[in-house]
Design a protein around this ligand. Structure first.
Ligand SMILES: [Zn+2]
Length: 188
């Protein structure tokens, strides 16, 4: 083998030279995959491998507002991006160098940032508020306060009310975002 040209390569060579070469008399050579427990198995599991590769940051308090059994995956995904402020809103597009107007394409009277879309915008509020008010009074109008409100609220209606309000929130986020994206496409 050629001389090691990096520390990682050197470690690999040390490891290889510390092992006896394969010998057919010891049985057939097979691939082994490391399990979460540290043992090895012959079958590959994407879940076990992903769990070992990924970072495990602490859970955010609003995780149950986004991910739950009854949720619609594409709605959850858009709401998750909205909660993290990662949707490509116009302020973000402009910060990436795109020369586009920064006005909200839905109401034309505010800047298109996450807080405006969810739910400062008069159109967004008119979608979210009437539905939310049918479940609980005094529904708040920012994603952070809506999440806290959902998690802490005692349902006055029935045990499915929290599920319904979460679905309403996610559906509103998804449809508002889709509407905004459609208008932006037309504008561009
Ligand atoms: Zn607006």
């Amino acid at each position: 083998m050629p001389g090691a040209r990096s520390e990682a390569q050197e470690q690999l060579m040390i490891t290889l030279t510390a092992h006896a070469p394969p010998n057919i008399s010891n049985g057939k050579d097979v691939y082994l995959w490391r399990r979460l427990s540290g043992s090895f198995a012959q079958f590959f599991s994407s879940k076990e491998t992903w769990e070992q590769l990924r970072l495990h940051p602490p859970l955010v308090p609003w995780t149950k507002v986004i991910w739950f059994k009854e949720a619609v995956p594409r709605y959850s995904f858009i709401t998750w991006l909205a909660m993290k402020g990662r949707l490509p809103t116009k302020d973000r597009l402009r910060s990436w160098g795109l020369n586009i107007p920064d006005a909200c394409v839905i109401c034309s009277s505010g800047l298109e940032i996450h807080d405006h879309l969810f739910f400062d915008c008069s159109f967004s509020a008119s979608v979210w508020q009437p539905f939310a008010l049918r479940i609980w009074p005094n529904a708040p109008a920012t994603l952070a306060s809506i999440s806290s409100w959902i998690l802490q609220a005692q349902s006055p209606v029935n045990s499915n009310a929290k599920i319904i309000i979460k679905l309403l929130l996610q559906t509103a986020c998804y449809l508002i975002w889709r509407e905004g994206a459609k208008c932006t496409d037309l504008q561009l």
